[in-house]
Design a protein around this ligand. Structure first.
Ligand code: ATP
Ligand code: MG
Length: 566
């Protein structure tokens, strides 16, 4: 039997000699118990394996046969099972002194000795007692099975809950990491934009005064070495202006002019520029997707971004190598990294190189402003920060795939334009001032004394009369006091009343008053709806100032409606 098979009342009897078996079977049948007679040990063992409740066997049958199989079966019973044996012994066997009986007790385990000839009632009662004991064993088995399956069920439930918990913890960790990274980039962005804004004021002072110094030296007839040195100062200051510009694009504070653009055209238009940037030894390939969606992007800034990537690729490849610029339509899922765009439809430009690739440590830091692995003087570490700032400000993102030794690909995601690219229109004629008015009265409003000083000097040079105010409040007072102010030049970012607030108050009283905004870029987003011709970016040069003033005074603005974002 397999000890686990269903219990049934079956009593095999092995008593090969004489009529013992028949007699026992009849006695049991009279007591309503079903017995089966076996002819030898083999048959008995087959019955046992099939499933029995109690076994009746004579002592001599056991002693004369090969019991090895039976004994190992008994030893291998599961914990709940202890099959009862009723052993029929010879009359006068003297069980208490019989070594064979002791041996049989040890091997059969659950054994009851019954001396022949036995009384029928004794046999029936011994068999019934054994069957009851066996029933108890079956109950134990049932309970233990139930318990086991309950334990297995609970274990499976716990394992599933555990797996879920581990997955949730992982997801939470990754969200926290992304959030932290985003907060870090945001904080660095705010810092850089603040620094850049202040730098632009400083550079306005440096560059503006340089112009006067150069003029002074020329007027005094001094040139040569001293003049060259001023040239170095100017070159350095202009490089500083370029850096602040890059910092501002990282902090997403640049002024973008997005419209629906066919990126295939942008890439084709850049081929020559790319080839001259990369040098003759690099193979350049373009893979342009047919049926490319239009992207909503400022194409000039995109060109700058692609150029930045190409320069990085050149630096990573050295001589030779291949650069691939590809375009594609993409439907992005949720982002895995903070630089990636939110889920949605994008048009992507991918720049792939066969260069050195990046280690994981470098890969983790590339978007940080000023992170560079290049030698001093070779890289400022602003290229990718600028690319990311531009992509994010455009509503997209960036994805980098790179492995040390296997090249790099950087993908810029740009939002799909809802409308298609409009038929090319002739670029709006840039308002040009061919007449530069002189002698205007200009109210200059800037909280930075040095910026105001150098701007005033430039305005004087241009032949204008200048009134100065260090704050919005002071400007309003002057406006009340003085009549005939032709133009206001207002610094946009001022403590207290800012440029937009001041302009609103001025316009409320004098709707036609011409106004120019000077800005260090940091607030260009707030100026997003104001016509470019009304904005002058710091650091500004005299020519540009003259041009914008002329446009303002002649009323030659693209639009007369000024809206402010708060
Ligand atoms: N295509 C590339 N292959 C290998 N490494 C790259 C690649 N692009 C960027 N990197 C790594 O990322 C760093 C940061 O790049 P990023 O463009 O921001 O700055 P940079 O190139 O070092 O300086 P900058 O662009 O301001 O001149 C690089 O110094 C370089 O280590
Ligand atoms: Mg770079």
């Amino acid at each position: 039997m397999t000890p686990n098979s269903e219990p049934r009342e079956n009593i095999p009897i092995l008593a090969p000699r004489g009529r013992d078996a028949l007699v026992a079977k009849e006695i049991l049948r009279d007591a309503n118990l079903r017995a089966t007679i076996c002819v030898d040990l083999g048959e008995l063992f087959a019955e046992i394996r099939h499933g029995v409740d109690v076994t009746v066997v004579t002592e001599e049958a056991l002693r004369s046969g090969d019991t090895r199989e039976l004994i190992s079966w008994i030893a291998a019973q599961p914990p709940w099972s202890d099959l009862p044996f009723i052993l029929l012994t010879q009359h006068g066997g003297g069980l208490e002194r019989n070594p064979t009986a002791a041996e049989l007790t040890a091997t059969l385990g659950n054994v009851t000795f019954l001396e022949r000839p036995f009384h029928p009632t004794t046999l029936v009662s011994v068999v019934r007692t054994a069957i009851r004991g066996r029933q108890r064993q079956y109950e134990c088995r049932k309970l233990s099975n139930e318990q086991e399956s309950r334990v297995a069920e609970r274990t499976a439930e716990l394992a599933a809950a555990n797996r879920q918990l581990v997955a949730q913890i992982r997801e939470r960790e990754s969200v926290e990491k992304t959030l932290l990274q985003m907060q870090r980039l945001e904080a660095v962005g705010q810092l850089t934009s603040g620094v850049a804004h202040d730098f632009n004021n400083l550079l306005t002072v440096v560059l503006g005064n340089l112009t006067f110094l150069e003029r002074g030296l020329t007027a005094a007839g001094i040139d040569g070495k001293l003049f060259d040195r001023l040239g170095y100062v100017r070159a350095a200051a202009e490089r500083g202006a370029k850096l602040t510009d890059q910092m501002l694009s990282f902090s997403r504070r640049q002024r973008l002019e997005p419209h629906a653009v066919d990126l295939n055209e942008t890439v084709v238009g850049m081929r020559d520029l790319l080839q001259s940037t990369m040098g003759g030894t690099t193979h350049i390939e373009t893979r342009l997707k047919r049926g490319l969606w239009s992207a909503m992007v400022d194409p000039v800034q995109l060109e700058l971004a692609v150029l930045n990537l190409a320069i990085n690729a050149r630096d990573a490849m050295g001589v030779g190598g291949a650069l691939t610029v590809a375009t594609e339509n993409l439907i992005a899922g949720p982002p895995n990294y903070p630089e990636e765009p939110p889920a949605g439809e994008y048009v992507a430009v991918k720049v792939t190189d066969t260069g050195s690739g990046m280690t994981d440590e470098v890969r983790a830091k590339v978007f940080e402003p000023f992170f560079t692995t290049k030698e001093i003087g070779k890289g400022s570490g602003l290229g990718l920060s600028q690319v990311l700032g531009f992509a994010k400000q455009s509503g997209g993102g960036v994805r980098i795939d790179s492995e040390k030794g296997s090249g790099t690909s950087v993908q810029i995601f740009l939002p799909r334009a809802r409308a298609d690219v409009a038929a090319p229109v002739a670029p709006a004629a840039r308002p040009n001032a061919d007449w530069h008015p002189k002698g205007a009265t200009i109210l200059l409003v800037d909280d930075d004394n040095q910026v105001r000083e150098v701007t005033r000097a430039m305005l004087h040079e241009l032949g204008h009369r200048v009134l100065e105010a260090g704050s919005g409040g002071a400007a309003l007072e002057i406006l009340q006091r003085e009549a005939g102010i032709d133009l206001l030049i207002i610094d946009f970012a001022m403590p207290g009343m800012n440029g937009a607030d001041l302009a609103r108050q001025v316009r409320a009283k004098q709707p036609k008053q011409p106004i120019l905004f000077a800005t260090g870029f940091a607030d260009r987003v707030a100026l997003a709806d104001i016509d470019e011709s009304r904005i002058i970016g710091k650091p500004f040069v005299e020519d540009e100032l003259a041009e914008k003033i002329a446009l303002a005074l002649t009323g030659n603005f693209k639009s007369n409606v000024v809206r402010f974002q708060r």
